[in-house]
Design a protein around this ligand. Structure first.
Ligand SMILES: Cc1ncc(COP(=O)(O)O)c(C=O)c1O
Length: 355
């Protein structure tokens, strides 16, 4: 029997809200007053609690720290432009993906009702933390990790599921210069690429540092066999616009199934743009650039929504993409998506949950 209601709430005595400069929000460093915590023990989820945001005590032997059973989600909510409602974007999809990650990492699933009710309750409580400023919003971070205080490689028996939230400004301040991976791999068929597992990001840090040393902002990951088929960027899926058509790498188990990616595909089709999911070879992109048919490239993910790619490096070659004036496809779809997220236009696909 899953015990999800009611969620116990312990409120902060003094809110930190008056101390926050909402015109100057760094990404992911300022946390709202409260957090949600639920423990998994003896094969079931215990009653969840909302408590003041604070450090948590952990055993040095905590299983997740040693063997990496840790997963997370990233999602956003905005203020409704026309009411006091807070609009959460596609939370059910994040709940589903969270459980796909949990299964792959040998962790217990979190019942969708628990995931969603905890999220809604937390947002209700900290709704004044959701920024009203342009280009700012609330980022929500549900996560789960193994808590057995034990050394030994086996799935943990105990887990913590938590949600923390933070008001955030823009993730990137300028278009990205990306380096195509030709040595290191983020994911491999049969691996954990489609899961939002902490270890996937850990493995990307070193290649990202090397890319930065070469003057690039991010790595554009490729398949592990040929290093020619493009997969995704750091925390984003990738799109290319060639001759008026939008292309994105097909999902093959090594790529995260992005909710922004899916939203963009639906919106582009709605706008009459043909969208093609396929294997995309880096040479096709360089060839299209040579012929003058590569109009734009962009990354798509919750943190940045849509961010243009200004340059692509591959081995000893580099191309600079056409300038801002030609980014008509991404600018239009970005506006449409942002307008839906803020309640400025019809939510034609029923993506928004109001709290
Ligand atoms: C590796 C990776 N790919 C793609 C995405 C984009 O996914 P979404 O649009 O659901 O945020 C993310 C961000 O969550 C990511 O971390």
């Amino acid at each position: 029997m899953i015990n999800i209601m009611p969620i116990n709430i312990e409120r902060v005595k003094h809110s930190r809200l008056p101390e926050i400069d909402f015109n100057n929000l760094p990404f992911g460093r300022i946390f709202s007053d409260h957090m949600f915590v639920a423990d998994y023990e003896n094969g079931e989820w215990k009653e969840g609690q909302i408590v003041p945001y604070a450090d948590i005590p952990l055993s040095p032997a905590t299983s997740a720290l040693h063997y990496g059973q840790a997963i997370f989600e990233g999602m956003k909510c905005d203020r409704d432009a026309n009411s006091t409602d807070v609009l959460i974007f596609r939370p059910q999809d994040n709940a589903r993906r969270f459980n796909q990650s949990a299964v792959r990492m040998g962790m217990p699933e979190v019942p969708e009702e628990l995931f969603l009710e905890a999220l809604y309750e937390l947002i209700r409580l900290d709704r004044n933390w959701v920024p009203t400023e342009a280009n700012s919003c609330m980022y929500m971070r549900p996560f789960m990790f193994a808590t057995d205080p034990m050394l030994g490689v086996r799935p943990s028996d105990t887990y913590k599921f938590m949600i923390i939230t933070c008001p955030v400004g823009p993730y990137y301040s300028k278009p990205l210069n990306v380096l195509v991976a030709d040595k290191y791999v983020r994911a491999f068929p049969g691996g954990t690429g489609y899961a939002k597992a902490a270890g996937n990001y850990a493995a990307s840090m070193y290649p990202m540092t090397l890319a930065k040393e070469k003057g690039y902002d991010q790595v554009l990951w490729t398949d592990g066999f040929t290093h020619e088929y493009l997969e995704e960027i750091g925390t984003m899926n990738v799109f290319f616009v060639i001759d008026g058509k939008a292309y994105t790498p097909e999902l093959d188990g090594t790529i995260l199934q992005g909710i922004t990616r899916d939203s963009i595909m639906q919106l582009l089709r709605e706008q009459g743009v043909e969208v093609i999911e396929k294997k995309i070879n880096v040479h096709e992109i360089f060839e299209a650039h040579k012929k003058g048919t590569l109009q734009e490239a962009f990354g798509a993910g919750t943190a940045a929504t849509i961010i243009s790619i200004s340059g692509i490096g591959y081995k000893n070659q580099h191309i600079d993409l056409p300038s801002a004036a030609s980014r008509t496809v991404s600018e239009k779809v970005k506006k449409h998506l942002n307008d839906i997220k803020c309640g400025l236009t019809n939510d034609i696909f029923d993506w928004i949950v109001r709290v």
